[in-house]
Design a protein around this ligand. Structure first.
Ligand code: F6P
Length: 357
């Protein structure tokens, strides 16, 4: 048995733990693992790949990024806009399949987010031996209650808020922190709650600047001298518009800039000195947390197990502390978003967090 593995989409802390898990589990069964570089692109002839054995993965658990490289653009990008799905051209699929056949790959483990898994599912439907592993800091995949990378991103947000708190206190300012998460508010919600944010603005809950300003003024009247505001990059401004950087040709639209807008408006409406910080890719880089390392290893080991059982078209999933699997199709049908009446949101409201609604 020979297993292929590739990462695609944005990188994410814990990717190397998955590689470590797949390679270790495969080797223990006497199987070989081949890692393809830069996602599906590594499958295009002549093929860009490397044989991986447990010695090659020694020491990579603690490394962020991925030793195999990745891309969220190129010939295999499936999600090209909000809700737009492109089919990978047949000629590209056929060329890549040749490499798979020549190398006698019995199972191809695709570690990706919803765009890459959409591509993976298209390939599975054409007969490829695909096993999916969910990956995204955004934690927005249906059919798994957690993806690795999310915990590391949240930790970075919390660290950022802890730092912003002390400077906010010293200067009696409002600090706005823009965080990633694409069209889902999980990073903002969890990071904001754990980092004691006073206002959390999510894509899923429409806000108005007036409500945010009222809340901040009320806090000031109560004697609080500073406030922390977390805004998800995918939060829409009250006119219903996303802030975008550019159209990231060949990939999905790039979000960014809402933090500056929110800070400016808060400053105008409250008269408080307000500053904005964008965490950006700092949330994606660096050392994975222990939770993400363990989740990554378990996902990798389960992927190898599914490969051995020939359970193609399945994606590793995590529910109620157990790692299992679900059809990839189920996972990519729609995004898992924050529900505004969920218990976590209610808990945040109960401790005084304002969502701007
Ligand atoms: O999906 C992960 C993610 O980090 C999003 O949170 C963010 O919007 C996007 O990727 C950034 O992508 P890129 O690295 O292409 O700018």
């Amino acid at each position: 048995m020979r297993i292929g593995i590739l990462n695609c989409g944005g990188d994410c802390p814990g990717l190397n733990a998955v590689i470590h898990g797949v390679v270790g589990a495969a080797a223990s069964k006497g199987w070989e693992t081949i890692g393809f570089r830069d996602g599906f692109e590594g499958l295009l002839p002549p093929g860009d790949f490397t044989f991986l054995n447990p010695k090659d993965t020694e020491g990579i658990l603690k490394q962020g990024g991925t030793i195999l490289g990745t891309t969220n653009k190129g010939n295999f990008a499936a999600k090209v806009g909000e809700g737009d799905i492109a089919r990978v051209p047949q000629q590209i699929v056929d060329r890549a399949k040749k490499t798979l056949d020549q190398l006698e790959i019995g199972a191809l483990v695709v570690v990706g987010g919803d765009g890459s898994l959409t591509t993976a599912n298209q390939l599975y439907e054409q007969g490829w031996p695909i096993i999916g592993v969910p990956k995204t800091i955004d934690n927005d995949l249906k059919a798994t209650s957690m993806t690795f990378g999310f915990d590391s991103a949240v930790s970075t947000v919390v660290d950022g808020l802890d730092r912003l708190y002390t400077t906010a206190q010293s200067h009696k300012r409002v600090m706005v922190l823009e965080v990633m998460g694409r069209h889902a508010g999980w990073i903002a919600l969890w990071g904001g709650m754990a980092g004691a944010a006073n206002v959390i603005l999510l894509p899923e809950i429409a806000f108005t600047y007036e409500k945010v300003a009222e809340h901040l003024k009320r806090r000031e009247a109560m004697g609080y001298t500073s406030s922390l505001v977390v805004v998800a990059e995918g939060a829409k401004n009250p006119e219903g518009h996303l802030a975008t950087v550019d159209d990231n040709r060949g990939g999905e639209v790039r979000l960014g800039g809402i933090g500056e807008q929110v800070a400016k408006k808060i400053g105008e409406l409250t008269g408080k000195e307000t500053r904005s910080t964008t965490l950006g890719h700092i949330q994606r880089g660096g050392t994975p947390t222990p939770l993400d390392r363990i989740l990554g290893i378990r996902f990798g080991v389960m992927a190898a197990q599914l490969a051995g059982e020939g359970k193609f078209g399945q994606m590793v999933s995590y529910h109620s502390y157990h790692v299992g699997s679900v059809p990839i199709k189920e996972a990519v049908e729609e995004l898992r978003l924050v529900e505004s009446d969920t218990e976590v949101v209610k808990a945040a409201r109960a401790v005084g967090v304002c969502f701007g609604d």
